[in-house]
Write a protein that binds this ligand. Sequence first.
Ligand code: ZN
Length: 138
Amino acid sequence: MKTHTEYLTFNTKKRYDIVNITQQVILAIKKSKVKDGMCLVNSMHITSSVFINDNESGLHQDFLEWVEELAPYNVKKYRHNLTGEDNGDAHLKRTLMGREVVVAITDGELDFGPWEQIFYGEFDGQRAKRVLVKIIGE
Ligand code: ZN
């Protein structure tokens, strides 16, 4: 069995952002030389997400507005912020959007549905944060 591990780093200009990371994952699969297997992609931080959805800018804005409605940025609202942090909202947003995705690799490619793409969701950005890509297979 082959394995391949990569750490991608993201440092978004904005506090909240959605970044399409599909091409970086495809590149990691090519480097791994795995033709049949599984690919795990997960955020290593508890205030950012990795998720699969449509590469459509209106939908990305909808996601950002949806998580803002459910977990608005408000320093006074969250007990977590009593620790001196201001990112209580970001922890909740990350939980809403998820930690990781697992995608099958078939014939050396991500075995996606027709509109699936992989995204990094940032909810407390403007600093370097890592995403793990772990590939296993034959
Ligand atoms: Zn925090």
